[in-house]
Design a protein around this ligand. Structure first.
Ligand code: AGV
Ligand code: CA
Length: 315
């Protein structure tokens, strides 16, 4: 029997993040050793509660959840942050009165440090929100770097434009980087192997009516029912790619843990802008540090992988 891959997940509570947490829980070859929730694309309290309930309903074993006390340089729009309240309220997460998955009062970056130190082998980090907790963990405990197998991160753009429409910004950055550009710079200074799924890749997996209807037909499978309920809050791509159009950004990134063959990768040297109108933009720069970015996605392989993974859950 091959050993399970150890994974620690830090997410920022969006609908897509919470569906991604469920995906990790369903991967047979992954052991999830902890979850940190950062108040990026969410409000913290409902996102922590929803995470614990998802672990209770869909997890094979209990997983400890922590809350971050990190703060943004640029906060997410409130309408998006509200999604966590809807997910936490879904009937399928609220059939019981008590919550079993433990909550630790340690802030998420210290929780990450402890879980890495306690692990008996290297751990893969999955970050589907800003990198702030990793940056703080590395600053407080540089020794953890040797316990990190790699960082799999949803972030960056690499397609020219980003997804920020905010005053005083030129639109070139992606939100997870823009929330805390300095954290990106800190993590880039480390020696960690970085695999990023930027907008260049995630633009290939928009949330569409076709996808919604395909998964709706399979809603007798509870995990697919949960996913379509979560994404029901999010405007699909029908006519044009607007500011609110939803993509399966984090779910694509998460698929890397179970099936890294879905995307083709490119090695790029790059650096992040930490000041001025392009803050958060990660730009190719020969003098920057090299990371691996997902560039080309086999879209059918992605949807088939997720559909089969989510169908595999039985109550
Ligand atoms: O920039 C993408 C990141 C992903 O981690 N998030 C959403 C995913 O969780 C921020 C975001 C960008 N555009 C959005 C976002 C939108 N239209 N709605 C909600 N969140
Ligand atoms: Ca996210």
């Amino acid at each position: 029997m091959t050993e399970q891959k150890l994974v620690y997940m830090n997410h920022d509570g969006g609908a897509d993040d919470l569906v991604s947490l469920l995906a990790v829980l369903l991967m047979k070859d992954v052991e999830l050793i902890g979850v940190g929730v950062i108040p990026g694309d969410c409000y913290l309290e409902p996102a922590v509660l929803a995470s614990r309930k998802i672990i209770d309903v869909f997890g094979r074993a209990s997983v400890e959840v922590s809350a971050s006390d990190s703060r943004p340089k640029h906060p997410f729009p409130k309408e998006w942050r509200m999604h966590a309240y809807f997910v936490d309220a879904l009937p399928m997460l609220n059939e019981r009165d008590d919550i079993l998955a433990p909550f630790t009062s340690e802030p998420a970056h210290r929780h990450l440090v402890r879980k890495l130190r306690e692990a008996d082998r290297k751990v893969t980090l999955l970050f589907t929100g800003p990198l702030t907790d990793l940056s703080r963990a590395l600053a407080e405990a540089p020794d953890i770097e040797e316990k990190i197998e790699s960082l799999v991160w949803m972030g960056g753009s690499f397609k020219g434009t980003g997804n920020i429409i905010e005053p005083e910004h030129d639109g070139s950055a992606e939100w997870n980087a823009f929330w805390d550009p300095d954290a990106v710079a800190d993590v880039w200074r480390s020696g960690i192997d970085i695999v990023a799924y930027p907008l260049l890749a995630t633009d290939q997996v928009p949330w569409t009516l076709e996808r919604r209807n395909a998964w709706a037909k399979l809603r007798r499978h509870p995990a697919l029912d949960f996913a379509v309920q979560c994404y029901a809050m999010c405007p699909p791509l029908v006519h044009i790619h607007a500011n609110d159009t939803y993509f399966l950004w984090d779910l694509l990134t998460t698929s890397h843990l179970g099936n890294a063959g879905i995307a083709k990768f490119r090695q790029v040297a790059c650096r992040v802008h930490t000041e001025g109108a392009s803050q958060g933009r990660i730009e190719e720069d020969p003098s920057g540090r090299t990371i691996s970015i997902a560039a080309e996605v086999d879209v059918d392989a992605f949807y088939n992988y997720i559909t089969e993974l989510f169908r595999s859950f039985e109550r």
